[in-house]
Ligand binder design. Sequence first.
Ligand code: GCU
Length: 429
Amino acid sequence: MKKTALASAFLFACTICTAQKENLPKTSAGFPVNYEEDSVGTYTLPALLTLQNGQPVTTAKIWKEKRRPELLQLFETIQYGKMPGKPAELHFDVFDKGTPAFNGKATRKQVTVYFTSDTAQYKMNILIYIPANAAKPVPLLLNVSFAANNQLTDDPGVKIGYTWTKEGKKMLADQPSRFPKMNIEQFMDAGIGFATINYVDIEPDFKGGIKYGIRGHYLKPGQTVPAADEWGAISAWAWGLSRAMDYFETDKQVDAKRIALQGASRLGKTVLWAGVHDGRFKMVIASISGEGGAAIARRNYGETIQHITDTSRYNYQFAANYHTYADKVNTLPFDAHMLVALMAPRPLLLQTGDTDYWSDPKGEFLSAQAAAPAYQLFGLKGPDATATMPAANDQSFLMNPLGYYMHAGPHTVLPEDWKLFITYMKKYL
Ligand code: GCU
């Protein structure tokens, strides 16, 4: 597939992603959108290394024991919403126990994760490939995808999944999707396992999707929506990834202490939050996560909290509290650099694209730079205070424990990006 076709295939519901700055919409949800660096506005980021009681955070120990819990709680209650723990009824059915795939290069496994005792509704399928020659438990990349598992590969043995229409109709995903297929064999060649989950198995992605998704199961009597500090859809998807981790902890072919998460766009936000929230994930690769992900919210550039949390757009993906900051972002008690910092000391790679103006690639770089002092507490490197924004394809900041890389191109993950992710995983996983 040609690169341009691949990129456009990935754009999904992203109506505002185009390489031509002048063609970008000037408004979203009725609010103006700025794409000019000199109109970003001035702001002061909340201090990363100061406790709520005013004391400075000077050691990794103080960070871990005091500052991290404070910040985690803010993101939980204001931005993504609190999620429940592991359900007692969680159980797994490994319905494909190990079938040779890719001409014998891999062993395929498929698992249904049942979230509750209602086995008809609340479940997700994990598709897993283990390098066939692995003599011991393998590290693994867990990808959360817009496509159904069977749509991601030509392997004919993959169980057909489902898609949803916005009207709430569940349909068999028996047609090719508009998302590119994954080159799964490259992971096998690198000795890394590969697993994928279609996020709509956990909860379909539209306003009202809660009715069909896992959050619906947890509504208390009389509740039709979660409380203002409870989970939006991103927390629901992140919760599902933690349930996949619960499964991997039982799979002897996988080294559950070496699992990297990867997702793009809203799923880049999802993996960032999942990794921050669940310390069992060793690494996160967050692609083009943008607003509500790694990009500084205080920058008025591309999408803002006002755009993303509008009820006509993606309000349902966040805790209801987040929307209350739509017109007063400067009073938000945190910003995205703190989310990025919450991954420390675990490896985190932020991948962006130079023409993905909507997602504010510079806002993600500044976020990494402002988060680096948390990594430094552990003796680890990120872009330091004197660093300047790298040009497209410049790999200077890629191979750090807190890594940043911007490809030349739009809102997508390019085949070349996957190659770099594998290099990154080989170094840090
Ligand atoms: C929209 C949305 C973004 C999101 C993207 C995607 O463009 O505004 O915040 O990241 O969709 O998920 O593709």
